[in-house]
Design a protein around this ligand. Structure first.
Ligand SMILES: [Zn+2]
Length: 101
């Protein structure tokens, strides 16, 4: 059972607008987030930027930590690229196995 959020009257779940007050009821479905599986890869590609920023921020105060941050950022970027290539390789390998048995 659905109720109008405006007037509180019981309405059909299929109703687009409330028959009593005309309040729009159609719940807009959020678009399928196709990017949701990939967003987490983005920081991996840019972690080297964070590493460089951290390096320049910290280098005057703590040279050792700054260098570690820079290395950490670069390593994470490389790891991200490798994970992505491996994942796409896996996907295309799978597709190839189906198209060319
Ligand atoms: Zn209503």
């Amino acid at each position: 059972m659905a109720f109008c959020p405006n007037c509180g009257k019981e309405v059909s779940p299929q109703a687009v607008t409330c028959p009593n007050c005309g309040h729009p009821l159609k719940q807009t479905q959020p678009p399928a987030e196709q990017i949701s599986a990939w967003w987490w890869l983005l920081p991996l590609f840019f972690s080297w930027i964070g590493g460089i920023i951290a390096y320049f921020v910290l280098k005057d105060r703590n040279q050792r930590t700054a260098t570690n941050m820079l290395i950490f950022g670069i390593v994470w970027t490389i790891a991200g690229v490798i994970i992505t290539i491996a994942f796409f390789g896996f996907l295309f390998g799978l597709a190839g196995a189906y198209t060319h048995p």
